[in-house]
Design a protein around this ligand. Structure first.
Ligand code: HPA
Length: 263
C-alpha cells in the first residue's frame, strides 16, 4: 500500500525544518471542500506514521493571514490524524519571558479579523466548547517533554493571535497586556478552533523570538528567523520526546468535542 494512504494518527504543524524528524518521507497535497491543503510530508518517527504540515508552505511563501487553515485541518483529519501538535514563533508581552524561551499556552484571545473560523456554516448549527482551548493530555506531555530538554519552560500563558502580517503597535501590545495576554503570534487561531471542531487533539509549543512591540526598539523578521534557527534543535528534541511518550489511546475530552455542541 502507498505510504500516503496509511492512517496517520499524528501531525506536526509548524515551521520548515521539522521534516528532519521524519524518515522515509512522502509528499502529498489533499483536495478538500475548502480548497487544496498545503503540501504535507508523511514519514515515520519511532515506527509511527507522522504528518508534517509546514504552515507557511515548503518555501515559506504563505503569509499568516493567507494560510488556508480549514483546508489544512480538514486534510489532516482525512488522513486519519487524531492529534496535532503545533509550533509557533511568538513575541513576548510578559516581561518575565525572554527570547529563546519555550511557552506552552493554556488559553488564547482571538484578535484575528478576516479568517474563516468554522467548518459549520449552516445546519447543524454548532458551538464548540473552548473552556479548555488546548488538549489537556497533549499539553501536559508537551510540558513534561519540554522540561526534559530545558529547565526553563513556561507551562501557562495566554496567547493573543493577531491578523498580521504586520507586527503590532506598542499601544496594541500594552492593551493586550492589560487584557491578560503573555505572548503574541499570528497563526494560533483559527487552527486550535478548527482542530476542536474536528474532534482532534491540539496543543502548541511556542518559542519566544522577540520581545513584542514597544518592549524592544525595533522588530525584524531577521531576528525572528535567527532565534527560530537557534531554537529549532531544542524544538526538535521536545517533539521527539513527545512522540515517544504519547499513549496510543486518547485520554482526554477531545474525541467527544461535538457532544452537546449542536442544535
Ligand atoms: N507579533 C506577532 N507575531 C509574532 C511576533 C510578534 O511580535 N513574533 C513572532 N511572531
Amino acid at each position: 500500500m502507498l505510504k500516503a494512504l496509511r492512517k496517520v494518527e499524528l501531525a506536526i504543524i509548524g515551521g520548515s525544518g521539522l521534516e528532519r524528524l521524519l524518515e522515509g518521507v512522502e509528499r502529498t497535497r489533499v483536495g478538500t471542500p475548502y480548497g487544496l491543503s498545503n503540501p504535507i510530508l508523511i514519514g515515520d518517527v519511532n515506527g509511527r506514521a507522522v504528518a508534517f504540515l509546514p504552515r507557511h508552505g515548503l518555501e515559506h511563501t504563505i503569509p499568516p493571514h493567507k494560510v488556508n487553515y480549514r483546508a489544512n485541518l480538514y486534510a489532516l483529519r482525512s488522513l486519519g490524524v487524531e492529534r496535532a501538535i503545533a509550533t509557533n514563533a511568538v513575541g513576548a508581552i510578559n516581561v518575565d519571558f525572554e527570547p529563546g524561551d519555550l511557552v506552552i499556552p493554556h488559553d488564547f484571545i482571538d484578535f484575528t479579523k478576516w479568517r474563516y473560523q468554522t467548518f459549520y456554516e449552516g445546519a447543524l448549527v454548532t458551538h464548540v466548547d473552548l473552556s479548555q482551548p488546548y488538549c489537556p493530555e497533549v499539553r501536559s506531555i508537551l510540558i513534561r517533554s519540554a522540561e526534559e530538554v530545558r529547565g526553563r519552560v513556561w507551562d501557562k500563558a495566554v496567547l493573543v493571535c493577531t491578523e498580521g502580517p504586520r507586527f503590532e503597535t506598542p499601544a496594541e501590545i500594552e492593551a493586550f497586556r492589560r487584557l491578560g495576554a503573555d505572548i503574541v503570534g499570528m497563526t494560533g487561531v483559527p487552527e486550535a478552533v478548527l482542530a476542536r471542531e474536528l474532534e482532534m487533539c491540539y496543543a502548541t509549543l511556542c518559542y519566544v523570538s522577540n520581545m513584542a512591540a514597544g518592549l524592544q526598539s525595533r522588530l525584524t523578521v531577521d531576528e525572528v528567523k535567527e532565534v527560530a534557527e537557534r531554537v529549532s534543535p531544542i524544538v526538535e528534541r521536545v517533539l521527539k520526546n513527545v512522540l515517544r511518550s504519547l499513549p496510543v489511546e486518547r485520554n482526554c475530552p477531545c474525541p467527544h468535542a461535538l457532544r452537546g455542541a449542536r442544535y
